[in-house]
Design a protein around this ligand. Structure first.
Ligand SMILES: NCc1[nH]cc(CCC(=O)O)c1CC(=O)O
Ligand SMILES: [Mg+2]
Length: 332
């Protein structure tokens, strides 16, 4: 047989056996790559299934502590907390965000009591779960979300969360200059080791709908968030946002939503030596669940394929509502 009659290289050769596929795998996903977002609600012993997010519930703080323990047992290193503030505590000025006994702070303390230092607690900094208008910041007389006045409140909100025991402050508001302001306040208030994970490139996305139902801001929001969240058409601008947040003292940055923005994750990793996280947001979760319900495929396989894509693009980790499912699958 002449040499020309067979391929010089057979890429299928290393795919022929399971052991070989394992050996040649370029990217791995582990439970340590996962951050589990959890929704907090009032009361004790309360679980409220969220219709917009099938399989996800709001939990009262005791339930949140149980979920945190579950995360520890599954090898998930960090949870992210989001409060469903009671309607009567929402206001124009989001004052509830600054109270040391608000839902968020109570949840942080309860988790810390239950799990000690075994789990990282990430708290979201933005005003939308606390405002009567559902915007992430304060409005001026014409309804514009003000930047610098909002940053002043975000700083107090961040310190309030750090005092309660948060490990990672995650500003999701997209105001300019907030990372520097929060970093300075953390340093000056004796929290030098509290991290900042900046939602650096956060897009004005149609994929946040189910989340807004979960934190009760969806029905309140009039208009959109396009004057502060990014235009989905832009990528160079995302790199500027990320560069600014690094310069202002962010320990890590986030790209949000996830799958539609893998190019941003990839470019950020090429450009900067900084940990990049992705948020697989509520609409991405709900679409997979809707697809599974419609019979388009197997949930486990769909979820794992999407999560490995984030790692392949260069992510250090992923915020995902699928965290407990994925961790269980990974542990076999
Ligand atoms: N600042 C609020 C915030 N923090 C995280 C999300 C979305 C998360 C998700 O959809 O899962 C949002 C929604 C928004 O900006 O309207
Ligand atoms: Mg910015």
């Amino acid at each position: 047989m002449t040499q020309a009659s067979f391929p010089a290289t057979r890429l299928r050769r290393t795919r022929a056996h399971g052991w070989s596929r394992t050996m040649h795998r370029e990217t791995v996903l582990t439970p340590a790559d996962l951050i589990w977002p959890l929704f907090v609600t009032s009361g004790t012993g309360v679980e409220e299934p969220i219709a917009s997010l099938p399989g996800v519930s709001r939990w009262s703080v005791d339930g949140i502590a149980k979920r945190a323990r579950e995360a520890v047992n599954l090898g998930i290193p960090c949870i992210a907390l989001f409060p469903n503030t009671p309607a009567n505590l929402r206001s124009e000025d989001a004052n509830e965000a600054l109270h040391s006994d608000n839902l968020m702070c109570r949840a942080v303390r309860t988790v810390r009591d239950a799990c000690g230092d075994d789990i990282g607690i990430l708290t979201d900094v933005a005003l939308d779960p606390y405002t009567s208008h559902g915007q992430d910041g304060l409005l001026d007389a014409r309804g514009y979300v003000t930047n610098d006045d909002t940053v002043a409140v975000l700083v107090d909100q961040a310190i309030n969360q750090a005092e309660a025991g948060a490990d990672i402050i995650a500003p999701s508001d997209m105001m300019d200059g907030r990372v520097r302001a929060i970093r300075m306040a953390l340093e000056m208030n004796d929290h030098p080791n509290v991290q900042i994970m900046a939602y650096a490139a956060k897009y004005a996305s149609a994929f946040y709908g189910p989340f807004r139902v979960a934190v009760g801001s969806g029905g309140l929001l009039k208009g959109d968030k396009k004057s502060y969240q990014m235009d989905p058409a832009n990528a160079d601008e995302a790199l500027r946002e990320i560069a600014m947040d690094i310069a202002e003292g962010a320990d890590s940055v986030m790209v949000k939503p996830g799958l539609a923005y893998l190019d941003i994750i990839y470019r950020a990793r090429q450009r900067f030596e900084v940990p990049v996280f992705a948020y697989q947001v509520s609409g991405e979760y709900a679409l997979i669940e809707a697809g599974v319900a419609a019979g388009i495929g197997d949930r486990d396989a769909l979820v794992m394929e999407k999560l490995i894509a984030f790692k392949r693009a260069g992510c250090s980790g992923i915020l995902t509502y699928f965290a407990p499912l994925a961790a269980r699958l990974l542990r076999g």
